[in-house]
Design a protein. Structure first.
Length: 227
């Protein structure tokens, strides 16, 4: 698998990607653009499920992890997808690999997925928690939304930047899609100050939030006395 990834190498892109994921050492980057990695994942799955690669953890390179996540996203059997996710999530060590994973099969198995999401969100592993919040955001803020789902990210207590940022992202998206329910969490000061303000910042940057809503959100900003 390494040979196939190195055949797609772009050294300059490796430098760029390493700057976006500063917690991953530069030497772990090959330099493969995400669209190329996606195409490779599709090609590999057409050839047959790469069982050996999926079991060979941990990987040496960032792109191997990226490819691993993309391959999992292609698995069409729900139980098998969950099995591979559970095997892989403990080895995910950066936001880029975490956020690239979006299993197609989840769209048809939301009931079962909703049972897994709280488990992921409550994990003390940074990127397992982030993944869970991301799946809640992706699948349960539209027609399958229920107000009580907002409690799951609101209850997360973490000092990890990439967890706090995902909670903020979730609530900014919830403000755009479910304003009447999400805004209550800001009005009632349910979020930690940094996350509260970051959610407002991201909402202010959104074209899906009206001018009137943005004006109101500005009045809800909090001062962080820890600074």
């Amino acid at each position: 698998m390494k040979d196939r990834l190195f055949a797609l190498q772009d050294a300059e892109y490796a430098d760029f990607q390493s700057k976006l994921t500063p917690n991953v050492p530069r030497e772990r980057f090959i330099g493969v653009r995400v669209p190329a990695a996606r195409n490779l994942a599709k090609q590999i799955m057409k050839e047959g499920k790469p069982t050996g690669f999926l079991k060979s953890l941990p990987h040496d390179y960032f792109e191997e992890d990226m490819l691993h996540g993309l391959l999992i996203s292609q698995i069409l059997d729900y139980d098998e997808c969950i099995l591979e996710l559970e095997r892989f999530l403990p080895f995910v060590d950066n936001w880029a690999v975490c956020d690239t994973m979006s299993p197609k099969v989840f769209r048809k198995h939301r009931t079962e997925l909703l049972q897994k999401i709280p488990e992921w969100i409550s994990s003390d592993r940074t990127y397992t928690c982030r993944f869970g919040i991301g799946m809640l955001m992706a699948h349960f803020l539209d027609e399958d939304f229920k107000p009580e789902y907002l409690e799951l990210p609101a209850m997360v207590k973490s000092e990890e930047y990439y967890v706090r940022m995902m909670v903020a992202w979730y609530f900014a998206t919830a403000l755009a899609k479910q304003w009447d329910y999400a805004v209550n969490y800001l009005q009632d000061n349910r979020l930690e100050t940094w996350t509260h303000n970051k959610a407002i910042q991201k909402a202010l940057e959104s074209y899906r939030i009206t001018a009137e809503q943005k004006d109101y959100l500005r009045t809800l900003k909090k001062r962080d006395y820890r600074k």
